[in-house]
Ligand binder design. Structure first.
Ligand code: IMP
Length: 187
């Protein structure tokens, strides 16, 4: 630990943050990813799947830039147990509300770190026989990936550092930052 972590009066650890990706940079990239997906899914109805909770901001912004018929589904997944390293054990805490058989599916992730979550979810969805599966992550840490991965669209590649904001959390907090920040006072 570089600095002693301070807690505020509610017990939240206060992180030292520096902006890694500013709000307007995120907005521009999300709009261009939406345009990419609009081309790809032109005249193809799409089931967009939001992986909770981290993808919620990215998902909400992205689907507004996809100009085709889109339905929304939500998958609850937990793998970090409030820590900064993946536990490697993925738990589905909320499943889809409708079958995806014979549908074009877009799996929307906030970040691909080790790749375990994305891999697990792609396999789980493949078993449900969709017409196609496309994957998108706003952030990708190529140095951290532990397995070959089906990642079709990426917003930004970043270094192997812990980040928060725009949906990404530390111990449940910091999701509401409108930008992506690197944490300075943890290793
Ligand atoms: P993976 O299974 O290791 O690829 O991790 C995927 C999940 O871990 C993501 O969906 C995030 O919820 C979480 N995660 C990975 N890296 C970070 C980070 O830098 N900050 C916050 N959450 C992260």
């Amino acid at each position: 630990m570089k600095d002693q972590m301070k807690k505020n009066k509610w017990g939240m650890e206060t992180l030292k943050l520096s902006t890694l990706i500013a709000e307007d940079e995120i907005n521009k990239r999300v709009a261009s990813l939406g345009a990419e997906l609009t081309k790809k899914f032109k005249d193809k109805p799409l089931v967009a799947i939001c992986v909770l909770k981290g993808s919620v901001m990215f998902f909400a912004d992205l689907i507004r830039h996809i100009d085709t018929d889109v339905t929304c589904e939500f998958l609850g997944v937990s793998s970090y147990n409030n820590a900064m390293k993946s536990s490697g054990e993925i738990k589905v805490t909320l499943d889809l509300s409708t079958p995806v058989e014979d549908k074009h599916v877009l799996l929307v992730e906030d970040i691909v770190d080790t790749g375990l979550t994305m891999n697990y979810l792609v396999q789980m969805l493949q078993a449900r026989k969709p017409k196609s599966i496309s994957t998108i992550a706003l952030l990708h840490k190529p140095e951290a990936v532990q397995m070959p991965l089906k990642l079709d669209h990426v917003g930004f590649e970043i270094a192997n550092e812990f980040v928060v904001g725009y949906g990404l959390d530390y111990q449940g907090y910091y999701r509401n930052l409108p930008f992506i920040a690197q944490v300075q006072n943890i290793q």
